[in-house]
Ligand binder design. Structure first.
Ligand code: PMP
Length: 332
């Protein structure tokens, strides 16, 4: 018998138990070829996000951090400059990496710490930028964009969805590139899912390494070099589970239910628990707050962080909520 436990880690994160059991069985009688694993996973990705036919789905390695370089290496050539929304630690790292390959401009004011997405009136977007970059969910600070930012016409929008991929419906047609590492909501570390609008292919910087070259990777159906077949297969299984559970609409509903449960305890605790994240930017997947000394937040922001990715059930969130209430009763 296995002991039931709730795992609130920021990533690598939990994989649905049902999927783990199936993988265990499949490891002993795996019949799929590499190619069919890639095709099957791509098909599920396309179906769940309604990916339009002029977008390519590519499986890459190097994680989210690899994409911090791959994005400018593939897209910076157009005008040599790019706009970055720096709203937390991950977009800050992405901007720093991109500055190696072109002129990077930060388009929102930076405060002393990251507490939310600054208001539209403060944005300074350049219609000549090669692309505009943002991180949909800042995993460390718990800051999430609640809608897709409006950018100047003709400037491709690039988004890091590493920590909230497949947790809500996405209108893919608004983006030039969307990417995310698998290890939080869609599987295990080792593969990065990249969705690219096809007209953005074909213009990498000459120094772009082939493993990061979207055009070469796409032309070779993600098989230019040996693909990480097992992580891609796990992604396919996790996404199959998402589909069976009701798709990204249902994941969105659950994320809201789980995160509101925790935020409402924080908000009604009379200051016992607190969060610095502005109400309009609160992440539905990484709830960052203060008040529990035993559940440590990221070392850079302190406090507590409960990560509530897709595999975390409403029951898991309820357990944490109940614990927070009784902890406050004992120590408040
Ligand atoms: N972007 C975001 C939003 C992340 O949360 C992370 C990882 N925690 C990364 C990028 C970096 O990803 P990786 O560790 O796969 O390089």
């Amino acid at each position: 018998m296995t002991q039931e436990f709730s795992y609130f880690a920021p990533g690598p994160a939990k994989i649905p138990e049902e999927v783990l059991r199936r993988l265990q069985e499949e490891l002993l009688c795996h019949k799929d070829t590499h190619i069919s694993v890639l095709e099957a996973t791509e098909k599920t990705v396309r179906e769940l996000l309604n990916v339009p036919s002029n977008y390519r789905v590519v499986f890459m390695q190097g994680g989210g951090t690899g994409q911090f370089a791959a994005v400018p290496l593939n897209l910076m050539a157009r005008t040599g400059k790019a706009d970055y929304f720096v709203t937390g630690s991950w977009s800050a790292k992405a901007a720093k990496e991109a500055a190696k390959y072109g002129q990077v401009t930060e388009v929102v004011p930076r405060g002393e710490r990251y507490t939310g997405v600054p208001p539209t009136s403060t944005w300074t977007l350049d219609p000549q930028a090669s692309y505009v970059y943002y991180c949909a969910n800042e995993t460390v600070e718990g800051v999430e964009f609640q809608s897709v930012p409006e950018v100047p016409e003709g400037v491709p929008l690039v988004c890091d969805m590493s920590s909230n991929f497949f947790t809500r419906p996405v209108d893919v047609s608004k983006f030039g590139v969307i990417y995310g590492g698998a290890q939080k909501n869609i599987g295990c570390a080792g593969v990065t899912l990249v969705i690219i609008r096809e007209d953005l292919l074909g213009n990498p910087l000459p120094i772009c390494p082939v493993v990061f070259d979207y055009t070469i990777m796409d032309k070779n159906k993600s098989l230019y070099n040996t693909p990480p077949t097992f992580p891609i297969h796990v992604m396919g299984e996790v996404l199959g589970w998402v589909r069976k559970e009701g798709g990204v609409q249902e994941m969105e509903r659950r994320c809201l239910e789980k995160s509101s449960m925790i935020y409402s305890i924080v908000d009604t605790s009379g200051g016992f628990y607190s969060t610095v994240v502005e109400p309009g930017s609160r992440s539905r997947v990484n709830v960052v707050f203060r008040g529990l000394l035993s559940l440590k937040g990221h070392r850079s922001v302190g406090g507590v962080r409960a990560s509530l990715y897709n595999a975390l059930t409403v029951k898991d969130a309820r357990r944490l909520a109940n614990f927070m209430v009784s902890f406050k009763e004992q120590h408040g």
